[in-house]
Unconditional design. Sequence first.
Length: 384
Amino acid sequence: MIPNTHSPAEFADSGDSPAASAVQGHLLTLPSSKDQALSIRAKALVFHDPKSAAIYQHLEQIAPSDANVLILGEIGTGKELIARHIHTISGRSGPFLAVNCGAFNDNQLEAELFGHEAGTLASTTAARAGWFEAAQGGTLFLDEVGDLPLSTQIKLLRVLQERQVLRLGSGEAIPLDIRLVAGTNVDLERAVRAGHFRRELFYRLNVAPLHLPPLRERRGDILPLARYFIDYHRQKMQRSQPVLSPEAEQRLLRYEWPGNIRELENVVHFALIVCHNNIIGATDLRLPHLAAQAPSLAPVVAENRAPEIAASLDALREPLQRLLGSAAPKLYEQIEHLIFRTALAHHQHDQERTARGLGIHRAELDSQLKRYGLIEDKGRDPHS
């Protein structure tokens, strides 16, 4: 069944609530965030860093229109918060609904999105509306749209072109009045070139693109977010306001935050639990030491090995030219498959090390490994 609809993102300027008072500038938070403790999505977003301020200006420009929006960003950067705020200021009177496309297997997905008639599916006896129908008059947020199988992409494209939906097992089209916002951590242009994503659907979704940088690229947001989460959790714990030591602040700013905003919240929450005398020190921050130091070491290593890397890449030129001249079918896909398979084996199937070795985000690696059947594609949390 369709889950309960969620109200749009709460929008607060500094001072609108006790927790919000810890933040200078604009703040977005999830409604009923106390019920989302196990979610890995971001529960708050600020626009303090210059990059974030530019995003907010762009957001204000595109939100009042009915144009489809494509939000690009890593997991945990706040894509759903952006989508909710677009709905809030769009003027649409219907509900805001969010669905994670990667949370369902291929058989379930089309019934979830488009609905089905009675008797169409072996496991159900009653007709049911899909997410598109449920979002009538409002906004539908399709998160991780890059995970859609090609067969579903074709049907989604038809829905967007014709502005109507057909339930599975029905011949009667239902007109739609919705605003579509899509989110993904996958490079869709690259997926199009590889034949994994339909070009026409990409153009339909990419009417108003919005890139949400990872937290490590908008460091001006780190401390305002940390202070918000400190205030939020200390209120739930009924504690007085703690203080971040200068050393703790510097460590928060130096860390790379691969888990983005959700990781920051977890770190702050734990620090609040273990700190003494209401002062959060650097030792209270549970941060992986190697990950925190990696940024300063990586450029040096890459610079020292640049000639060796260049020579190795050049050695690939001749066999690649032979393959290009062989007219091998789906050559790009075969080479990409070989890269991921070889990298995974080289790193003893450690996916975190494999992602670092390839210089891509873990979420993108997971998507590609599942696409090529190199790891099992199990159902995921619909809020991931």
